[in-house]
Write a protein of this length. Structure first.
Lengths: 247, 112
């Protein structure tokens, strides 16, 4: 009946399909059609005496690599490609928002409590120094969040993307993903409220007023500067992706 | 072998013409055209499927996923009324080119 080799046709086809699915140029319907084509081709080749593995290799080779198919499909699926770009931009924005928010909160509050720990007198030194220090800490946190996101998408990008891709295709994980994302987005205000309460009990109500003012100066500076970097980065990435798809 | 430009120009009329003989799917279309052309027209998948999808967007053809005799699902393409009309136009144009070229290539009677 079957050959004794451990070649699994269905698995090979599945892998071939997942490879193509990496590109936004293909809609899932396109992939269904190409898969159906591949299976027809394999079946014909098998009747002419090739083994399943040989037939698969020949048929896959005939259809061509994703890089050859992609621009052709990309032409008809332009809208899908832009939706895909928007989708990834939104995901990127949310990931970055979460990472930078969390890092900013943790570093900012750790810095505050640390100052309090070493016995810094919040009342006597004035606002300028404290605001400058806050801004420095926040800038460091911002740089750290960019570095972390870069690492996540570029260094681990492939593995992370493939993992996310596989996850999103399983319907059961949708609920889990939803709950996790909800908890993640909830965690920022929770950390923020929690540490504020901690701060008030630690340094006393009156001192908190002295801290909050320079903190809000720093926050104004941060919110004026970070979007510039972020928008620049987004435009740069969009241009890069555009150039890739035109080639 | 046809040039890239000629393949691009002739794909739509060829698909429309094959589909006048009844519905078909991508793999079969490629086989059919290869057979009819004696192996001289060799379509690639990367070329054909986007063209089919474009023709569907233009309402020239319509498609349907259906279970084939093999038990697997296949996407079948069928001609639409607009497609028939487009084919008539194409036919006119291709025949014009064909007639003109044949006249030019016929051995000319010498006048002297």
């Amino acid at each position: 009946m079957e050959t004794t080799t451990s070649f699994d046709l269905n698995r090979a086809i599945q892998q071939w399909r997942e490879n193509l699915a990496q590109s936004p140029a293909f809609r899932s319907e396109n992939l269904n059609e190409l898969e159906s084509h591949l299976r027809d081709s394999v079946a014909t080749l098998q009747t002419s005496g090739l083994s399943a593995e040989e037939a698969f290799l020949v048929a896959a080779n005939r259809i061509g690599k994703g890089s050859a198919l992609e621009p052709e499909f990309g032409k008809v699926n332009g809208q899908t490609i832009w939706l895909d770009r928007l989708f990834w931009m939104l995901i990127g924005y949310q990931v970055w928002g979460f990472v930078s928010g969390a890092i900013g909160l943790v570093t900012g509050n750790a810095f505050l409590l640390g100052l309090h720990g070493v016995g810094y007198d919040f009342k006597s030194h004035g606002h300028t120094i404290l605001a400058a220090l806050f801004t420095l800490v926040h800038l460091a946190g911002f740089a750290g969040s960019l570095a972390l996101c870069w690492w996540l998408f570029y260094r681990k990008g492939k593995r992370f993307g493939r993992w996310l891709n596989r996850l999103l295709y399983r319907r059961a994980t949708w609920v889990l993903a939803f709950v996790t994302l909800y908890l993640l987005s909830l965690s920022i205000p929770l950390i923020s409220g929690g540490t504020l309460t901690l701060l008030i009990t630690a340094v006393g109500r009156e001192t908190v007023g002295e801290i909050v003012l320079p903190q809000s100066y720093s926050s104004i500076i941060m919110h004026l500067t970070t979007p510039v970097v972020f928008i620049g980065l987004t435009l740069f990435l969009a241009r890069k992706r555009l150039r890739v798809s035109q080639a | 072998m046809l040039t890239k430009e000629l393949v691009a120009a002739s794909t739509v009329p060829l698909v429309l013409s094959v589909l006048t003989q009844g519905e078909s799917y991508g793999y079969e279309l490629i086989q059919r055209v290869r057979e009819l052309s004696g192996g001289r027209i060799e379509w690639t998948e990367g070329m054909l499927y986007p063209v089919l999808h474009w023709m569907e967007d233009e309402d020239l053809i319509e498609s349907e996923w259906r279970e084939a005799e093999t038990g697997r699902k296949r996407k079948y393409y069928r001609l639409r009324k607009e497609g028939r009309k487009a084919l008539q136009d194409e036919q006119q144009q291709w025949l014009t080119v064909h007639e003109t070229l044949t006249k030019l290539w016929k051995p000319q009677p010498r006048l002297t």
